[in-house]
Design a protein around this ligand. Structure first.
Ligand SMILES: [Zn+2]
Ligand SMILES: [Zn+2]
Length: 236
């Protein structure tokens, strides 16, 4: 959204963020809402698309991921891919609010108790400096506020600076993030149940690596909350 449109959108009556048509409270009109690539039926454990929702897919039955649950309601395609890129590369914070809201709808739909805290996947400090902010933190901040959960910003750190995951294939992604995260242990023990927040999950290697670090520090249950799941070379 350009600056002029953004100002009009912020000042005027509620308008759809995508088509600027009139809408209710939800930031999207009904037409755009229904055209979104989700919510979709998925494996609750890993988020892979399925014909109907299931607690675990065939892959998870034989080789479960280290996290207990992965919630990512959207597919990483138009317009969700554009929204994520707008947040990530243009610091479009309204897009961030909309993405958090789409994720929140799915989270509020659950019966399981919520985790005790939210932890956004950190960027390497160098990347965070060049981008100006961390898109996962931005989404996590909205979720924390809406769900009244603490957001743990400074507990996990990305300490190895490697090529962006989006430039790599699946095997390289796994190697790229292996050992890339570590805990700041001086900050004390972590809550027993934590939700990791990321913008988009592709192969799962990033959230896999971060989960292993949390579990090695005594966290019992790790959930992953991401807006979208991609199948192509897009995120991590
Ligand atoms: Zn619309
Ligand atoms: Zn699965």
């Amino acid at each position: 959204m350009g600056l002029v449109n953004l100002l009009a959108w912020l000042q005027g009556p509620p308008r759809c963020y995508l088509c600027l048509g009139r809408c209710g409270k939800g930031m999207l009109c009904q037409v755009c809402r229904e055209a979104l690539p989700g919510p979709r039926a998925a494996c609750k454990r890993c988020g892979r698309s399925l014909a109907r929702p299931a607690p675990a897919c065939g892959v998870c039955l034989s080789r479960p991921p280290p996290y207990e649950l992965l919630c990512c309601p959207m597919e990483y395609r138009f317009p969700v891919d554009q929204l994520i890129q707008a947040l990530k590369f243009n610091a479009d914070l309204v897009a961030g609010r909309l993405l958090a809201r789409l994720l929140l709808e799915q989270l509020l739909d659950r019966e399981d108790p919520l985790p005790l805290a939210i932890l956004p996947i950190p960027l390497h400090p160098k990347r965070q400096r060049s981008r100006g902010f961390n898109q996962s933190s931005e989404i996590a901040r909205h979720l924390g506020k809406a769900l009244s959960l603490p957001v743990l910003e400074d507990r996990l750190e990305r300490w190895r600076h490697d090529p962006p995951q989006s430039t790599l294939g699946a095997l390289q992604r796994r190697r790229n993030v292996k050992g890339a995260y570590r805990l700041r242990r001086r900050k004390g023990p972590l809550p027993r149940r934590i939700a990791l927040v990321d913008d988009v999950v592709t192969t799962g290697s990033t959230v896999d690596a971060a989960t292993r670090v949390l579990k090695s520090a005594g966290v019992c249950q790790v959930e992953v909350w991401a807006v979208a799941r991609a199948t192509g070379p897009a995120g991590a």
